[in-house]
Design a protein around this ligand. Structure first.
Ligand code: NAD
Length: 463
């Protein structure tokens, strides 16, 4: 793997100017050229699958199947969806027929915003970079990518491959940490798509506000899971546990905590324990069984939660600092106010919170920030309706886990503290597109609208 070297701070403006000039040069005015770059992006992912999986293993200890399923394949899928639709999405649109306006040929042109910035977190280094780059190119924008410094192998590989497969005046990578990102954020962008924590989201939004730059914020939060005793228990345990252990819990839409009626807690915990045994017959620490934490800071933060929880650790809790390993961990009997219910966990700990009933669960969720995802396991349509109509969240998912962002045709975005704006597919294209309103008014219009011109006579007022 190439080593990660940070972009020299005094070289950032040069890269930015190259993108600005790339936009002005007009190569991306051609839809064919956009498609050529999109195809290159898809080839980049396909031809380098092995190296990408290796980089993800180095950074996150990910089993290869996971990397293919959650990072590599959905990236290629996103690029191909965009490739297949770019003509349709960019086509100018008329408006619904209206007798007053139709003569003026009202038209919406889909124009690129210009030169845009994409800032990514560490947890899905490819999926969260490649889709947004595809959206920006499809919209006709030139784009700077700032990957996370926490995944050095993946970020170095992204820089190497993007330079090899795409035009450097259309797409470029700046690598680095806070000083480099701060420099990037001083520049004037035509749109910023930021994915990461709410804490940094506020820094990005404040920097964008200085230039009145529009921003899309894809943030995180604590995504709750409602359990109805009238659920399919086997399916619930299987999907819920998978949603938590995938990428060692480092998924923005991972189930953060589980709200279960007190009388059903033991049944659920038993089913989850059984899943643990089935998923890891030789233990989760064995080769290619399960991912690792991104770094020791993340692991120590999670260790702190476990040291301070008042719940009971019923599965896991084993830590190996050197290996950045925390085994999948289930904590039952977690009381409201517990250490596990403060910040987004973003790790492989599943707190089970016993409640009296669904109303208490709803009250608790509604007293907190709107989550990025909200899950419910139930076979009862009335229960689903109750959860749907009494909560707010980025997405609401019944009887499934974490795959909604990759579901073709659905928007991916948060609400309130979990973010603003949407991406993936057409929604991604839309954020980098300016809807330029146009009319082209023939002289005949003045026969109908003659009254608009002065003098404003009494006769005209009555007409
Ligand atoms: P992070 O906010 O620490 O880092 C994200 C990016 O911001 C990185 O590129 C980093 O270099 C940059 N950054 C960090 N500090 C900065 C600063 N002071 N000034 C300017 N830039 C700075 O996030 P992370 O730890 O990489 O990712 C975890 C978070 O991302 C979780 O909250 C998770 O829920 C969220 N997330 C959200 C989505 C989504 O689509 N909504 C997807 C993945 C992750």
């Amino acid at each position: 793997m190439p080593a990660l070297s940070y972009t020299p701070i005094d070289g950032i403006v040069k890269k930015y100017e190259e993108l600005r000039n790339g936009f002005k040069a007009g190569k991306l005015k051609s839809i064919e050229y956009r498609k050529y770059q999109l195809l290159q992006l898809a080839y980049m992912m396909k031809e380098n699958e092995g190296r990408i999986a290796e980089a993800l293993k180095e950074d996150l200890g990910r089993p290869e199947i996971e990397s293919r399923f959650i990072d590599i394949n959905p990236s290629v899928g996103d690029v191909l969806t965009t490739y297949n639709h770019v003509e349709k999405w960019t086509k100018p649109e008329g408006t619904a027929f209206d007798i007053t306006w139709f003569l003026m040929k009202p038209t919406i042109y889909k124009e690129p915003k210009g030169t845009v910035l994409v800032i990514c977190p560490f947890n899905y280094p490819f999926y969260l970079s490649i889709g947004p780059i595809a959206s920006a190119l499809a919209a006709g924008c030139t784009v700077m990518l700032k990957p996370s410094e926490a995944t050095p192998a993946s970020s170095a590989l992204l820089e190497e491959l993007i330079a090899k497969y795409l035009d450097s005046d259309l797409v470029t990578v700046v690598n680095g940490g806070i000083p480099e990102t701060t420099k990037v954020l001083e520049l004037r962008w035509d749109h910023i798509l930021y994915t990461g924590s709410g804490r940094v989201g506020k820094i990005v939004a404040a920097a964008a506000a200085k230039h009145l730059t529009p921003v899309t914020l894809e943030l995180g939060g604590k995504s709750p899971v409602f359990i109805d005793p009238a659920c399919d228990l086997e399916l619930t345990a299987q999907r819920l546990y998978w949603g938590k252990v995938l990428n060692a819990g480092q998924t923005c839409v991972a189930p953060d905590y589980v709200l279960v009626p007190r009388t059903f807690q033991a049944t659920l915990v038993d089913a989850l324990k059984k899943k643990h045994e089935q998923f890891y017959p030789d233990g989760p620490k064995t080769k290619d069984a399960y991912a690792r934490l991104v770094n020791s800071t993340a692991l120590n933060r999670l260790k702190g939660y476990l040291d301070n929880t008042k719940g009971k650790i019923v599965v896991g809790g084993e830590i190996d600092l050197e290996d950045r390993y925390l085994s999948p961990t289930i904590v039952s009997d977690v009381p409201f106010g517990d250490a596990l219910l403060q910040e987004e966990i973003f790790g492989p700990i599943l707190p089970i919170v016993p409640v009296e009933n669904v109303d208490e669960a709803l009250r608790y969720v509604n007293e907190h920030e709107h989550p990025l995802a909200l899950y419910a396991f139930t076979q009862d349509p009335k229960y689903k309706e109750k959860i749907l109509t009494n909560t707010q969240s980025g997405s609401i998912v019944f009887n499934e886990q974490v795959i909604q962002p990759a579901t073709e045709g659905l928007p991916f975005g948060g609400i309130g503290a979990s973010g603003s704006g949407y991406h993936t597919g057409k929604f991604g294209f839309d954020i980098f597109t300016h809807l330029r309103a146009s009319i082209d008014s023939p002289g005949i219009v003045d026969r109908v609208l003659a009254f608009r011109f002065p003098p404003y006579t009494a006769k005209k007022l009555k007409a």
